[in-house]
Design a protein around this ligand. Structure first.
Ligand SMILES: [Zn+2]
Length: 355
């Protein structure tokens, strides 16, 4: 960032900003540079490097001033999008400090080990007229349709809850089927039932996942007395997300009643869908039409991104480049170099027009 003529400011939560000289209002570009276990080389990093390159090139060519950001902990060591959540004031630093990672270390402790954060201040969002986050698609759509640029028209909302079916732990050999209160059978019934009901209300872009399930005691010869599980559901329409919430909760209660189980619910997390800014989106679309005529599309983002938090502060937009075979969060994650370049060119073109 310094080599590109930017002044580096690391804020108290560890977000790294590269700020152009002067106090003129400018556009902010960036993403994150942390990764997932076995994650690839582009998720997040592409947006930071593309932004940095546009900032460098703009400074060199006498173009508009561009600021760059790399947000801290996007991938959720301490929680989803920690850095941009704190910067956008969706989460206070005091509350963020209480978050812990899977080893039990708190964010407060982790920050304490990074003296460059201490005593620093947050960058005022008033400096920026908008935020563009370039990112790899992390899905199959662009690659499957042989397209180069995705102009993101919205970021899906996410709901997730934890549930428990509680039955009676018992002997797997002596307990007649009719007398069992088997928590796993309850979960199986619940899963089939919500799949059937969702079929009537979802779109092809709606997704839902039971990604975590723990049986107790999880042994071959014991009827499980308890199952704890998560359900996460994502869609661009808040009303549809609400309807899915109702179906999940009602189905849990009904399955429990019909199976001799108890149904409990906890820890609801909700992030509303984000609309991207019409003007910024049109600029990116115009740039895409120029650099990749006929090879771009409008699309929603099914993955959550820092732009969803930054939208609380300023107009935001995103552009996607293709992920080969739709693979991400894996070492195999990749994008053709020529697509990475077109993405940066579209970004540069839209930035000059915006300012
Ligand atoms: Zn990312």
């Amino acid at each position: 960032m310094e080599a590109a003529g930017l002044t580096v400011q690391i804020d108290p939560v560890g977000n790294v900003f590269g700020l152009p000289p002067g106090d003129e209002t400018c556009l902010l570009i960036g993403s994150h540079s942390d990764s997932q276990p076995e994650g690839g080389w582009l998720d997040g990093a592409y947006g930071v490097i593309a932004g940095l390159e546009v900032a460098r090139a703009a400074a060199e060519a006498g173009g508009p001033p561009i600021a760059v950001v790399s947000f801290q902990d996007e991938e959720g060591r301490f929680g989803p999008l920690t850095g941009s959540r704190v910067w956008s004031k969706a989460l206070s630093l005091a509350d963020a400090d209480k978050l812990t990672d899977t080893s039990g270390q708190s964010l407060a402790d982790a920050r304490g080990g990074a003296p460059e954060f201490c005593g620093s201040s947050f960058v005022s969002p008033d400096r920026f007229c908008g935020f563009i986050e370039p990112h790899i698609e992390q899905g199959p759509d662009l690659d499957a349709h042989d397209q180069t640029i995705g102009v993101v028209d919205g970021i899906v909302g996410i709901r997730s809850e934890f549930y428990r079916f509680k039955g009676q732990q018992n002997h797997a050999g002596t307990t007649p089927m009719a007398l069992r209160r088997d928590a796993f059978q309850g979960l199986a019934r619940f899963t089939n039932d919500i799949n059937r009901q969702f079929a009537d209300i979802v779109t092809p872009a709606t997704v839902w996942t039971i990604g975590h399930a723990v049986l107790h005691p999880n042994a071959v010869s014991i009827i499980p007395g308890c199952v704890d599980f998560s359900v996460q559901w994502r869609d661009a329409d808040d009303a549809r997300l609400d309807r899915m919430t109702e179906i999940i909760r009602e189905t849990g209660v009904r399955v429990a009643e019909g199976s001799g189980l108890e149904f409990e619910r906890s820890a609801f997390a909700s992030i509303s869908p984000t609309r991207t800014d019409q003007r910024l989106m049109e600029r990116i679309a115009a740039g895409a039409q120029q650099k990749a005529p006929g090879k771009w599309r409008h699309m929603p983002s099914g993955a959550l991104h820092d732009a969803a938090n930054v939208a609380r502060l300023m107009p935001v937009a995103m552009l996607f480049v293709p992920s080969i075979n739709g693979i991400s969060h894996d070492f195999a994650e990749d994008t053709a170099v020529e697509d990475l370049i077109v993405g940066a060119e579209v970004l540069a073109g839209s930035v000059c027009e915006v300012l």
